[in-house]
Design a binder for this molecule. Structure first.
Ligand SMILES: *[C@@H]1O[C@H](CO)[C@@H](O)[C@H](O)[C@H]1NC(C)=O
Ligand SMILES: *[C@@H]1O[C@H](CO)[C@@H](O)[C@H](O)[C@H]1NC(C)=O
Ligand SMILES: *[C@@H]1O[C@H](CO)[C@@H](O)[C@H](O)[C@H]1NC(C)=O
Ligand SMILES: *[C@@H]1O[C@H](CO)[C@@H](O)[C@H](O)[C@H]1NC(C)=O
Ligand SMILES: *[C@@H]1O[C@H](CO)[C@@H](O)[C@H](O)[C@H]1NC(C)=O
Ligand SMILES: [Zn+2]
Length: 953
């Protein structure tokens, strides 16, 4: 899946908790096939372990027993829904179907356990294929209601059993609901602009564990099989699935007087259940004429006609072929469909051959979408295409190694984007988006290792919690470090071998290390040792360097709390000095005690971990810090931009961890008046955001605002011509820097900026023509609405309701959260309970936007507490939903009172389903405690510093 980033940070993936359709108890089988039961009992082969009783009862944990191995499924599915409701049809949100799974028995068993959830399953027929015998079976659903197993037990008649080496098939019929729950087989709807009518479609989202909501299956990633799917869909609709349709497919049939099409798809390769996908809609495709390969982008017909799919289509082929060249394994599907769904739980989902996206992750609208939207689209496509190899072709054995999927897809996506958009400085963006992002979460004591043991990841909640920044960003960051450490060529050759050797099967990290090791040096164990220190333990080190005596050492970096002496990482050290750009390369620090390295001495400044290729922070002796800061102030170009950003980010975080004084961190921002590059500004502003969150309700805010205004003004002026004339700076990152300038200048109340925002917004209101450049829209909407009143708000709300363009709606939705009027914010919060106003997938980010507004903070917290029952019922099973919500609304918490409220909230909800929020709540409590301490310890110093530095010269 693609993680959501950009404006909205929430990764919202969804399911509704439904009460199991009450099928409980035992349903006796109905015989469907008229096949004679073999006269004689099948003769039992001599068993080597005659004393072993036939296993009965459910497995001891939440995993399926491994005695049965699925080989193939033949599935028929018929979604009854109409894409268009007329006065002659009644909408029905139901699908019906049947499925036959063929499997091999490895160990004798009296029951078949597979997964089924929220399905009405009936009429099971079990056959022994190699003996053409039907075996009497009954269904047992008991286990699904007892705990989270979702097990469907098919019991054989007393005394009967499945025999080793026997091949069996199990047929079931079933019925399920098509809901707007964004999980399993779900519906989505959209408005057609030209006649204002509603259209419906049905699509799927199986990851992580919702294939079981669509048909009974062995729903675990290593239980790969071949899928033969037939969709029976209404005439006039289009059916898509992972593999292309059979040539002869698409026959019309009549069922109960209604006309249907039967589309049979080619059998897939061996693949995991979570990668299955299909969609039935009235969408239209966009394709490049004359292409050898069948690559299409599907979307609402109006969006296709308006050219919104053109950008996605223009880069897809390049990126796909780039990966084929890199990996030397051909893409095996024979076609590639990408579809933009009006409702999508994640940003996108990598289903083999049919990738699904939310509209804002696939549709680019010229003149409306920003550079950030464009980057999001390119990144999402590159991420999902990388999954076609990392995840689809070679899959992790179990969810505990999800990072092998997501870390690789994230890491590779930057190379894919670089190939498609060579001017974008993707290397720099990697550091900001992934490394620094992972550093934040991984510095908390409640962080978790990239890879845990299989036993630790059992429940749905435990699986869902893994879709986080550690898995995606830390995963990518440590892979980048490894590729730098062993060299990019060896790295590439190693992953080629890994992909070839393990294609169509499953792998764990040891498989990866083994293949990489083969390329580097067969006889060593170095890669496994090196990487285990990063993947098996939570957290990361801070490397401490004394440039006067050359001593270096490491310890765990934690924002708050005590570190563990035992934890030692293998840290690749690189360094440059003011008088020697090649000071040190390739030194591996493997001990915790002090180590003397003579090269690390210099009278000039020394900079370690340049370009931040290592996943660690660096602390220096005070003299060296001062030399570095002096260098920034005299000529910052001597230090590369990524490292300038990293120095700022390290200094601020080291200050929070009490390694250095907070004034030293603040001193790294004094040169920013001369800085025009995006990366250092991004690092500075991200850290300043923390100061703003901590102090925007206190007396520190005045002097801090004055200082920030003084520093941001030159950057604002640097881009002022562009901003006023609605033109764009040339480079991708310069466009981001312009956005930072405008956002921060307006946020700290710089009058020119606010006047500009008000004026541009007013022009739009007056003339009806919106001339605000896409890049600045979210910021200008926000500050114009903040400075305005109810008219501005209503105007934007109206525009929001009437726009069909997802990226424009997102920008307005954010802007609306910026008002300072309490009653407007309260009403806006209420709207999040109504899917016709705020789409389900946008609920969390909308509430979090409101909470990030200082005027909305307390309102959002009260609102979430008041509605907690509703949220936990509606969204309890969604990946990250409740977690992101808790994380977002508590970000500013820094008082004892707020801490007590949080703890009370935790106590109030230990009994009921705190679900996926429990870890987030712990993190929020830890963070609040750290914030309280930090504010206490630093407030006076910070106030002093800002008072001193905000004075204009
Ligand atoms: C799930 O429920 C079954 C049946 O009560 C029980 O035997 C099994 O131990 C439970 N599994 C877990 C992990 O709680
Ligand atoms: C359904 O609507 C169409 C078009 O509005 C109209 O011509 C037709 O008579 C209606 N049918 C019924 C049964 O009301
Ligand atoms: C739609 O449902 C209503 C109410 O159940 C029923 O009266 C009507 O006949 C149905 N119409 C069609 C076209 O099935
Ligand atoms: C499964 O469903 C399809 C489509 O409705 C039907 O043609 C087929 O006969 C069914 N299979 C069995 C064994 O009933
Ligand atoms: C199953 O088949 C394998 C290979 O054909 C054979 O070695 C094994 O003995 C068989 N096991 C049983 C229980 O028949
Ligand atoms: Zn992914």
């Amino acid at each position: 899946m693609a993680k959501e980033f950009c404006i909205s940070k929430a990764l919202a993936v969804g399911t509704v908790v439904m009460t199991m359709s009450a099928v409980g108890g035992i349903i006796t089988m109905a015989i469907i096939y008229q096949i004679q039961i073999a006269e004689n009992e099948p003769t039992r082969p001599p068993t080597t372990l005659p004393t072993t009783p036939i296993p009965t009862g459910p497995p001891p944990d939440l995993r399926l027993p491994r005695n049965l191995v699925p080989e193939s499924y033949t599935i028929f599915l018929r979604p009854h829904l109409y894409t268009e409701v007329t006065n002659e049809t009644n909408q029905t949100f139901v699908f019906t179907g049947n499925s036959t799974v063929t499997f091999l028995c490895l160990k004798k068993a009296g029951s078949i356990f597979l997964h089924s959830k929220d399905l009405d399953v009936k009429n099971p027929v079990l056959m022994r294929l190699d003996k053409s015998a039907i075996l009497k079976v009954k269904l047992n659903f008991n286990y699904s209601t007892v705990n989270e197993t979702n097990f469907l037990e098919v019991q054989l008649d007393d005394g009967k059993s499945l025999e080793p080496n026997g091949t069996y098939s199990l047929f079931t019929e079933f019925e399920g609901k098509l809901l707007n729950d964004l999980a399993g087989f779900y519906t989505s709807q959209y408005e057609v602009e030209k006649d204002n009518e509603t259209r419906y479609l049905a699509a799927t989202q199986m990851q992580a564990t919702d294939a079981r909501k669509v048909f009974p299956c062995f729903d675990e990633p290593d239980m790969k099989a071949v899928f033969r799917l037939t969709l029976i869909h209404r005439e006039g609709t289009q059916a898509l699935a992972n593999w292309p349709p059979e040539a002869s497919s698409g026959t019309g049939i009549v069922i109960d007087g209604e006309r249907w099409i039967m589309t049979e798809f080619k059998p897939t390769k061996n693949m995991s259940t979570y990668l299955l996908a299909f969609a039935v809609s009235d969408f239209k495709p966009k394709l490049k004429p004359g292409l050898e390969r069948d690559i299409k982008v599907w979307a609402r017909p109006e969006a296709i006609d308006a050219g919104h799919a053109d950008y996605a289509l223009s880069i897809t082929q390049n990126i796909l072929e780039f990966y084929e060249r890199e990996f030397e394994v051909a893409y095996p599907v024979g076609k590639l469909d990408q579809i933009a769904l009006p409702d999508h739980a994640a940003g996108a989902m990598e289903n083999w051959g049919l990738i699904t996206y939310r509209e804002s992750a696939l549709l680019f609208v010229d003149g409306v979408s920003s550079s950030m939207n464009k980057e999001y689209i390119a990144t999402a496509i590159a991420h999902e295409l990388a999954h076609q190899w990392f995840g689809n072709l070679v899959t992790m054995k179990w969810w505990n190694e999800l990072w092998l999927n997501e870390g690789f897809a994230t890491f590779m996506s930057y190379q894919g984007v670089k190939d498609a958009e060579p001017t974008w400085d993707t290397e720099d963006l990697f550091v900001v988006n992934e490394v620094q992002n992972a550093f934040q979460v991984d510095a908390l004591a409640s962080s978790h290792p990239l890879s845990s043991s299989e036993e630790e990841i059992q429940t749905l909640t435990e699986i869902n919690e893994l879709f986080d920044s550690i898995t995606y960003s830390k995963g990518a960051a440590v892979l980048r470090m490894l590729s730098q450490h062993i060299g990019q060529t060896d790295f590439k050759n190693g992953i080629k071998m890994y992909l070839k050797a393990l294609q169509y099967t499953n792998a764990d990290q040891n498989d990866l290390w083994t293949h990489l090791q083969q390329v580097v040096d067969k006889d060593s164990n170095g890669i496994k040792e090196f990487m285990s220190s990063w993947t098996k333990k939570a957290g990361y080190p801070v490397v401490m360097i004394n440039t006067t005596n050359g001593e270096i050492s490491q310890e765990q970096f934690l924002l708050n709390g005590t570190w563990n002496q035992e934890v030692i990482w293998h840290v690749p050290i690189s360094a440059m000095a003011g008088d020697n750009p090649n000071l040190l390369k390739g030194f591996l620090l493997k001990t915790a005690g002090p180590v003397v390295k003579t090269e690390m001495k210099s009278k000039e400044w020394i900079l370690v971990n340049y370009n931040c290729t290592g996943y660690y922070r660096v602390n220096y002796n005070l003299e060296n810090w001062q030399r570095l800061i002096k260098q920034l102030e005299t000529d910052h170009h001597a230090i590369p931009p990524i490292s300038r950003g990293q120095l700022i980010d390290d200094a601020f975080n080291l200050a929070r961890g009490k390694y250095v004084d907070v004034t030293l961190a603040l001193d790294t921002t004094k040169y920013l008046g001369n800085e025009t590059q995006y990366i250092p500004w991004e690092a500075a502003l991200k850290n300043m955001e923390y100061f703003i969150l901590m102090f925007d309700r206190s007396e520190v805010y005045g002097p801090m605002q004055a200082y920030l205004e003084k520093q941001i003004t030159p950057l604002y002026k640097h881009f002022e011509n562009n901003t006023m004339n609605s033109t764009e700076p040339e480079s991708h990152t310069a466009q981001y820097a312009q956005l930072e300038a405008v956002s921060m200048a307006c946020e700290v109340g710089f009058k020119d900026c606010i006047d500009m925002a008000k004026w541009k917004f007013e022009q739009w209101r007056k003339t009806g023509t919106n001339s605000i450049r896409p890049n600045l829209k979210s910021s200008i909407y926000c500050h114009a609405i903040a400075a305005g009143g109810v008219e501005e708000w209503e105007f934007a709300w109206e525009k929001y309701l009437n726009s069909t363009i997802a990226t424009e709606r997102d920008k307005l939705r954010y802007g609306l959260s910026c008002t300072n009027h309490i009653w407007l914010l309260n009403r806006y919060l209420q709207y999040t309970l109504d899917y016709t106003k705020i789409r389900r997938m946008d609920t969390v980010s909308t509430i979090n936007y409101i909470a990030s507004n200082v005027a909305g903070q307390a309102l959002a917290w009260d609102f979430v507490r008041a509605q907690w029952k509703y949220f936990s019922v509606e969204y309890g099973e969604e990946i990250m939903f409740l977690g992101s919500l808790i994380d977002g609304i508590t970000e500013r918490f820094s008082t004892e009172y707020e801490l007590q409220q949080l703890k009370q909230f935790q106590r109030d909800h230990t009994e009921d389903s705190l679900n996926s929020a429990s870890r987030a709540l712990e993190q929020a409590i830890e963070r609040t405690e750290a914030n309280i301490k930090w504010v206490e310890e630093n407030k006076a110093t910070v106030l002093d510093w800002f008072r001193r530095e905000s004075k204009r010269p």
